[in-house]
Design a protein around this ligand. Structure first.
Ligand code: ATP
Length: 360
């Protein structure tokens, strides 16, 4: 028997708007999520992620808009009639129940018989690799183990939609990566359509099939992680996801050079854009697209600071014109940063690497 009968259920959030008094917490958000997809709702605190999750769970009836699960509007259904499983930030396990009892809880509440309960609990504990801890109590388990129990409990009722609300917030960094991989594996195997709320961009980019980036209640971009990172559609997405060099200036067309940003700090940064000359813009450039040049022509500057960030070397360079650029490169074994004051040359930056957005 498959671990989840809800595999492949689509989820549509259709024009969801939520007002609290006069405050607009969510503004006409539409997301069309395919069956089996893992979608991350990513954004800073207060952008409306939890509100959207609560609307899907049925804890909240949005001011406007509809929630459609598997082609059926579910707006009239209370939470317990929606086929939705939830894992909360703090796991919310029942402390007086064993692991097996916790996992069986939702099954008993839905009138599943004892024999069938046993089968399903065993199936779920195998899925999260906790068969050996069925009789333990939550207090005698690690955070990661408790989280897997919470996941098993949520999946036991075979939800068509799984909702994860900041599920890794309570875990330390190492365990977090293990659990991210683990949850991704379980979600793949179960084929359950999943919405995960997070304010952690790395988590969203590494786990999700598609990322919905939210800012102040509005959907800024809904796309696969690589697109969100490589082709951000707004200045907000560019700065919130990944690290960006942001330089301000005005668009010009230079003879022999083409379109460029005439930087406020001096210098020209070639770019590709449909915006007209004269537009004040923020030019964004990923640090890993700024490389050092050994012999050829380039932009001259001086190292202000260098940081060895584990596998990456980061430098901040002050160019001759005064503009500052961060660089990022893979760190070779044993290599350290260049000392402050070192004169360096940066390779001319490819125009298509420079995204420009009208300066607000
Ligand atoms: P966080 O990451 O901090 O949990 P979030 O992105 O999940 O934030 P929401 O909890 O959805 O954000 O809140 C969105 C906005 O709505 C915030 O400005 C919040 O203050 C407001 N808000 C949420 N719930 C209520 C409520 N019950 N009454 C009034 N305002 C609310």
């Amino acid at each position: 028997m498959s671990a989840a009968t809800g595999a492949g259920t689509s989820l549509i959030l259709d024009g969801i708007t939520q007002r609290y008094g006069t405050a607009l917490a969510v503004d006409t958000v539409t997301l069309d999520i395919k069956g089996g997809e893992l979608v991350a709702l990513l954004g800073p605190s207060g952008c409306g992620k939890t509100t959207l999750l609560r609307a899907v769970a049925g804890f909240l009836k949005p001011t406007e808009g509809r929630v459609i699960v598997g082609g059926q509007a579910v707006d009239h259904l209370p939470p317990n009639r929606r086929t939705v499983g939830i894992v909360f930030q703090n796991y919310a396990l029942f402390p007086h129940m064993s692991v097996a009892e916790n996992v069986a809880y939702g099954l008993a509440a839905r009138g599943v018989g004892r024999a069938e309960q046993k089968v399903r609990v065993a199936e779920m504990l195998a899925l999260v690799r906790l068969e050996h801890l069925a009789d333990r109590f939550p207090r005698a388990m690690s955070g990661g183990q408790q989280q897997r129990v919470a996941l098993a409990r949520a999946l036991a009722v075979r939800p068509s939609i799984l909702l994860l609300d900041e599920p890794f917030a309570a875990l330390d960094k190492n365990l977090r990566l293990d659990m991210q991989i683990e949850i991704k594996r379980i979600q793949r195997n179960a084929g359950t359509t999943t919405l995960i709320v997070t304010h952690d961009q790395e988590e969203a980019l590494s786990m999700a099939d598609r990322v919905a980036v939210l800012n102040a209640g509005r959907l800024e971009q809904f796309a696969p992680p690589t697109d969100v990172y490589d082709r951000p559609e707004t200045l907000f997405v560019n700065t919130f996801v990944g690290t960006a060099n942001i330089l301000h200036g005005r668009l010009v067309t230079e003879p022999g050079l083409g379109r460029a940003v005439a930087l406020e700090d001096g210098g020209l940064l070639p770019t590709v854009t449909a915006l007209p000359d004269g537009t004040r813009v923020a030019a964004c450039l990923r640090p890993e697209h700024v490389a050092f040049e050994k012999d050829g022509a380039g932009l001259d500057g001086v190292v202000e600071i260098g940081l060895p960030l584990g596998a990456t070397l980061v430098h901040e360079i002050r160019l001759e014109g005064g503009a500052r650029l961060k660089t990022a490169e893979a760190r070779a074994a044993g290599a350290g940063p260049r000392p402050p004051g070192t004169h360096v040359r940066l390779r001319p930056i490819a125009p298509e690497r420079v995204s420009v957005f009208p300066d607000p």
